[in-house]
Design a protein around this ligand. Structure first.
Ligand code: SER
Length: 325
């Protein structure tokens, strides 16, 4: 990259989405152009393939220092506590999710960062929100601290767009299914764990009821979503930080049935825990018409394609003895 080119900084880069988004961005812009940061220093590709810095997003001076040091032009702010972990420590979820976002937005404003990506979530919705084909502009009624921080975060991001002309963008991700980095502390995590357990043990005990339907997305679509939204023409965007996006919706039972098409002996049991109440407050399906219209969003993967791919990848890894105990 040229001396004057601006780099990308990502917070929460060791997480489920961040770890793959860093690689996609490094592939696109060059390894040195993407500075990965996280509160932990992971081993492996993330730290080996380009610059990595340990960063606590609640430390304002540290965030500003890295933005200056690396001449950052774009921030992907992925650091957050998810819904289930948030319920175990609401104070920490507020601190990381709200204070962290405010620090990133302030640093971006003060230091001339051109663009910020701040993902939101279906957790902004709640019991009073229409559950089927949840509209773009509707009741935000979160019941979890995670949802509260994401709803407030969307509004804060939009405030920075209006007040300061800062270019902040974000989408409301549904549950994300992937096979590189495990999700941590989410209510939709079952849809990842079920594949691992199916391959390793041929059975899985699900913490949600069989008939729980939630919107989901496979990682390639999740990455495409972030990259496309960040490249969209700002002038065409009427929304900024809160785009509904989805790729598919299925119940836990339908996912188990799809896995049985590949592993006929697979057994799934259902023992709901506290996460059931969270799932019951979220949409079953999403209307992502605004994202389609304003920046051409279109997912590629459905349940059948995702399941075939997940089982093929995890099956190979298991055969090579690399899927863990
Ligand atoms: N996957 C998240 C969670 O379950 C939702 O954004 O918390």
């Amino acid at each position: 990259m040229s001396k004057d080119a601006k780099r990308i900084l990502m917070t929460g880069a060791a997480g489920q989405i961040g770890s793959e988004l860093v690689q996609a961005l490094r592939g696109k812009h060059g390894s040195d152009s993407v500075v990965a940061t996280d509160i932990i220093r992971p081993q492996g590709e993330l730290t080996a393939s380009g610059p990595f810095e340990r960063l606590d997003v609640t430390d304002g001076p540290a965030v500003a220092e890295l933005i200056r040091k690396y001449r950052i032009g774009t921030v992907y702010h992925m650091a957050a506590l998810l819904s289930a972990s948030g319920e175990k420590n609401p104070q920490k979820a507020w601190e990381v999710n709200m204070k962290g976002l405010h620090i990133v937005l302030e640093a971006a404003r003060e230091l001339g960062v051109a663009r910020v990506f701040s993902p939101s979530s279906i957790a902004v919705f709640g019991p009073a929100t229409p559950r089927e084909r949840t509209p773009q502009d509707t009741v935000l009624d979160p019941t979890t601290i995670y949802g509260v921080t994401k709803a407030a975060g969307e509004m804060l991001c939009d405030y920075y767009v209006r007040k300061y002309g800062l270019d902040v963008r974000g989408c409301r991700y549904p549950g994300i299914v992937s096979h590189q980095t495990l999700p941590g502390g989410g209510t939709t995590d079952y849809a990842v764990a079920i594949y691992y357990e199916a391959v390793k043990f041929g059975r899985y005990t699900c913490f949600l009821r069989e008939d729980t339907r939630l919107p989901m997305m496979y990682m390639p679509d999740c990455l495409k979503c972030a990259l496309d939204l960040m490249e969209a023409d700002f002038g065409r965007l009427r929304h900024h930080s809160n785009f509904n996006v989805t790729a598919m919706s299925f119940t836990a039972g339908e996912l188990a049935a799809e896995i049985r098409r590949h592993i006929p002996s697979f057994v799934c049991e259902y023992v709901p825990d506290f996460r059931q109440e969270i799932a019951d407050s979220w949409p079953a399906s999403i209307d992502d018409g605004a994202a389609r219209e304003e920046w051409g969003w279109k997912p590629d993967c459905d349940l059948a394609a995702m399941t075939a791919d997940m089982l093929a990848v995890l099956g190979k890894r298991h055969a090579a003895g690399r899927l863990g105990a």
